[in-house]
Design a protein around this ligand. Structure first.
Ligand code: GDP
Ligand code: MG
Length: 165
């Protein structure tokens, strides 16, 4: 099994931290498949039974308020080309994220909603409320409250991402 997965979200939500935590468990890095030339690879996770190529979405990371602007065509075509999307948010909800969520609607791939930095959230009801605030906007394939920095709950996310490869 193998596939391409984009990690998407506004700056500072913890995308790089999540990627590092995911890759910590890697066994080996092998050379990417030919079509990866279309993607900007940010990491490859290789296990005995699967390989995930994580790709950057150009444009989505650049500029502090990029999510307030229209996402450029490159970013959109990248998202059209991946097998699934990990959408990372943290406890500060950005209204501008709705623009990105709207782009998800045209794609026919699983989008996993990752609530990062739960270690900074006071209690479960704060986490629940935050999750609920996203649920009306899109039919996410799953919701994962995690702490990327503390390697908390990452395995549930990874399991589901692998399942849908
Ligand atoms: P990116 O811009 O989305 O790639 O975000 P980074 O991975 O660079 O993280 C932004 C900041 O959030 C850094 O200071 C990280 O240490 C911090 N951070 C990331 N994940 C967590 C987490 O689970 N808990 C806490 N408390 N901080 C985190
Ligand atoms: Mg980053």
């Amino acid at each position: 099994k193998s596939g391409f997965v984009a990690i998407v979200g506004r700056p500072n939500v913890g995308k790089s931290t999540l990627l590092n935590t995911l890759l910590k468990e890697k066994i080996a890095i092998t050379s990417p498949k030919p079509q990866t030339t279309r993607h900007r690879i940010s990491g490859i996770l290789t296990k005995d039974n699967y390989q995930i190529v994580f790709v950057d979405t150009p444009g989505m990371h650049k500029g502090k308020d990029l999510l307030n602007k229209r996402i450029d065509k490159v970013a959109v075509s990248t998202l059209k080309d991946v097998d699934s999307i990990i959408f990372v948010v943290d406890r500060k909800k950005g209204l501008a994220e709705e623009h990105v969520i709207n782009y998800f609607k045209g794609l026919n791939i699983p989008v996993y909603l990752v609530i990062n930095k739960i270690d900074l959230m006071k209690n479960k009801s704060e986490i629940d409320e935050f999750i609920i605030s996203y649920l009306g906007s899109y039919e996410f394939a799953g919701v994962y409250p995690i702490s990327a920095a503390n390697d908390e709950n990452i395995e549930f996310l990874l399991n589901d991402v692998v399942k849908s490869l």
